[in-house]
Each structure stands twice: as structure tokens, then as C-alpha cells.
Design a protein around this ligand. Structure first.
Ligand code: 3PG
Ligand code: MG
Length: 402
């Protein structure tokens, strides 16, 4: 696999370099519609800066492309990358040209006008049906348009390497391609954690759905000493143990699967013993800590409780390797943030190596104001890091290896 350093060594001054980045940043959900959107966590934009700066400073004409959210293959102002271009410019300390489309006349003109050492951001890749199409020819046609803009391709979008999308999988087949530093670092860390984790190895999983995490649970169970489960997904496990969970999130069709995982795990899956139960999904909702045997029928659990945090923290404290993916509760709402905060703080204190697996958990670390440097590695890819740990081939990484 060729790397960005190889490309820089070849010399890029005056050359057009297409950089696939993952600038799929979260926005503050509390800003009323009609107001300017506010990026709530720019961690993903910061993570790709070293690559952009290196190319810019080497005199390349840098064409950056990303997706944002999940628009349906056509322009949708809700998902414009315009605010991200502005933030990227602030972070780079140099202006970023923004194209009003991805491969249309605006993009073509901006690419044409691009000067040495300038950075251009194209509009959301997913405004084009070809980006995510399952049809090879449709994806290929879009990839042809993107590839025509540049001399070289650099993938530094670790968060999207698990997607067989045109900009991830098909453009590198059309241009000399290189792995960016972020992709290299992420793969190196995940390889270490999945192939040779120092024991004890404790995995903490949260988030809303068991079905999303089933494959990774199955892949990790034989390797871990403890698997701590919180977040919305814990309620399906609790139900499988015979508890009533009130109005909490429940995947009824996964109850049997959870029961068999619990049997298979032989005590290594650790569930909460108490939760914060609320009358509704709202920061103002009436709420209290209850034992898991006493979740009221008309309430829903929105965080793990303090006894659970203590149990999880003790397990984490004994670990030499911790992998964490998924918040323990609705951390965006202050009354339900303590579980995620408690677990995250416990992870910062281990005498070992910790990995925060992307997405919401990485955003939680920063939103809760925790010290990022206290973690071994904070991934920019939620789905991507889970799929890596599942042992799947990642189309974006495979494309760079070809
Ligand atoms: C993510 O946020 O998980 C990545 O940016 C990939 O986005 P996606 O899940 O919409 O493909
Ligand atoms: Mg995702």
C-alpha cells in the first residue's frame, strides 16, 4: 500500500490531488431551524488536517470530497457541506474554496481555477446517486467524473472505508492511490487491538441497537475477558434475563439472540444493575435511578445508574486493553450523561492501552470536555472500526492495497 509520504516524496507541486475525507461531523440539534447550523464536534475535520496541510504546503492543488449525513442521491440543503468548508478554512488557517456542486459546472470551474497550495471542498458526494449506488456501472460513471478532476487519489476517510462507495472504492481504481496518515494510524491501532491485545481485554459497548453490534459481539466474545454492555442495547439483554424494561428501547426479535449470547459468554457479558428511568425522552423529564428489577412500566431507561458505573469502572480498571464503542446513555441530555462520563473517566485511568471506537463515543469524549490525550487512540470511524474488529474486509482499505 502506497502512502501519503510516498506521494510527497514523488513531488506534488502543481499537481491535483483528490483527498477523500470523512467530514461527516455532527451538528448541534438544539439550534432552531432557519438559524445557521453549528458544528457540535469538529474532531473529524481536525483529524484530517495533517494530510491537507502536508499537501497544501507541498504546493498541491487539493480537492477535498466528503459525504455528510445520508441525503438520498440528490441535492438537499439540509446536508450541504458549506458550513464545514468554513470550519475547515478556520482550522487550516487559509481559505477553503467551496464548490456548489460535486461534479457539476461549479466544481469543474473551481477545479480549473485552483492554484498551487489551494484547498477546494466539493459539495456533498451523496448529492449524487452514483456515490452510493449498488450498481457497478452507475458508481463507475460517477467515479469517472471525480477521477477526471485529479492526478492522484489520497484516502484519509477512515470513517467511510467500510462503504463500497464510488469515492472510496472506485476512484482509487482510476488514479494512482495513496493511504493518508489517518487511515494508516487507525488501521495500525485496530490491527494491534484485534490481533494481539494485552490481557485482560475489556470491551465496552453501548449505543441503541443490539442488531448493529451483533456481529462484533460474536467476533469479540472469544477474545475478551469482559464485555460490558450499556446504552439502549442493554435493555434487550436485560429482557432476555427476565427483567421488565418498561418503555425502554427494546428489539423484541433479538431477545432470543441475546439469551444465547449470555449463555455463550458464561458470565463475561456484564449488564447494568441500575438505570436512570425517565417519563419521556427529554432533558426535562421526571427521572430517577432504579434497580433493573424495578423499572416502572411507564418509564424508559436513558442511562446506566451509579452502581453500574462503579461495577463497569472496576472491570475497566483491571484491564490492560480497553475498546469502547457506543455511549452508555443519552449523553447529549445533561440528566443522562453521567453513565457515559463515568465509564469514559474510568477508561482514562487505566494502566494500559485504550481505544475509543469512533462516532458517538468519540463525540461524547469531546462534548463532555474529557481530556482527549488521556485515551490511547480516538478513532474517527464508528462503523468502520466495528467492521474491522468483526474481521470484515474494508472496501476502502482493499482498494488502496490493489
Ligand atoms: C459515519 O458517520 O459512520 C461515517 O461517516 C459513515 O457514514 P455512514 O454510516 O452514513 O455511511
Ligand atoms: Mg455510520
Amino acid at each position: 500500500m502506497k502512502t501519503l509520504d510516498d506521494l510527497l516524496g514523488e513531488g506534488v507541486s502543481g499537481r491535483r490531488v483528490f483527498v477523500r475525507a470523512d467530514l461527516n461531523v455532527p451538528f448541534d440539534k438544539n439550534i432552531p431551524q432557519g438559524n445557521a447550523p453549528v458544528i457540535s464536534d469538529d474532531g473529524r475535520a481536525r483529524a484530517v488536517l495533517p494530510t491537507l496541510i502536508a499537501l497544501r504546503d507541498a504546493g498541491a492543488r487539493v480537492i477535498v470530497a466528503s459525504h455528510l449525513g445520508r441525503p438520498k442521491g440528490a441535492p438537499d440543503p439540509k446536508y450541504t457541506l458549506a458550513p464545514v468548508a468554513a470550519r475547515l478554512g478556520e482550522l487550516l488557517g487559509s481559505s477553503v474554496v467551496f464548490a456548489g456542486d460535486t461534479v457539476g459546472p461549479s466544481a469543474a470551474a473551481a477545479v480549473e481555477d485552483l492554484q498551487d497550495g489551494q484547498v477546494l471542498l466539493l459539495e456533498n458526494l451523496r448529492f449524487n446517486a452514483g456515490e452510493t449506488s449498488k450498481d457497478d456501472a452507475e458508481r463507475g460513471a460517477f467515479a469517472d467524473q471525480l477521477a477526471a478532476f485529479a492526478d492522484y487519489y489520497v484516502d484519509d476517510a477512515f470513517g467511510a472505508v467500510h462503504r463500497k462507495h464510488a469515492s472510496v472504492h472506485d476512484v482509487p481504481a482510476r488514479l494512482p492511490h495513496y493511504a493518508g496518515g489517518l487511515v494508516l494510524k487507525e488501521v495500525e491501532v485496530l490491527k494491534k487491538v484485534s490481533e494481539s491485545p494485552e490481557q485482560p481485554y475489556v470491551v465496552v459497548l453501548g449505543g441503541s441497537k443490539v442488531s448493529d453490534k451483533l456481529a462484533v459481539i460474536q467476533a469479540l466474545l472469544p477474545k475478551v475477558d469482559k464485555l460490558l454492555v450499556g446504552g439502549g442495547m442493554c435493555f434487550t439483554f436485560l429482557k432476555a434475563q427476565g427483567h421488565e424494561v418498561g418503555k425502554s428501547l427494546l428489539e423484541a426479535e433479538m431477545i432470543d439472540t441475546c439469551r444465547s449470547l449470555l449463555e455463550q459468554a458464561d458470565g463475561r457479558i456484564v449488564l447494568p444493575v441500575d438505570v436512570v428511568a425517565a417519563t419521556e425522552f427529554s432533558a426535562d423529564a421526571d427521572h430517577s435511578v432504579v434497580d433493573i428489577a424495578e423499572i416502572p412500566a411507564d418509564r424508559l431507561g436513558l442511562d446506566i445508574g451509579p452502581k453500574s458505573v462503579a461495577i463497569f469502572a472496576e472491570a475497566i480498571g483491571s484491564a490492560k486493553t480497553v475498546f469502547w464503542n457506543g455511549p452508555m446513555g443519552v449523553f447529549e441530555l445533561a440528566p443522562f450523561a453521567a453513565g457515559t462520563r463515568g465509564v469514559a473517566e474510568a477508561i482514562t485511568k487505566i494502566d494500559g492501552f485504550s481505544v475509543v471506537g469512533g462516532g458517538d463515543s468519540a463525540a461524547a469524549v469531546r462534548t463532555l470536555g474529557l481530556d482527549e490525550s488521556a485515551f490511547g487512540h480516538i478513532s474517527t470511524g464508528g462503523g468502520a472500526s466495528l467492521e474491522y474488529l468483526e474481521g470484515k474486509t474494508l472496501p476502502g482499505v482493499a482498494a488502496l492495497e490493489k
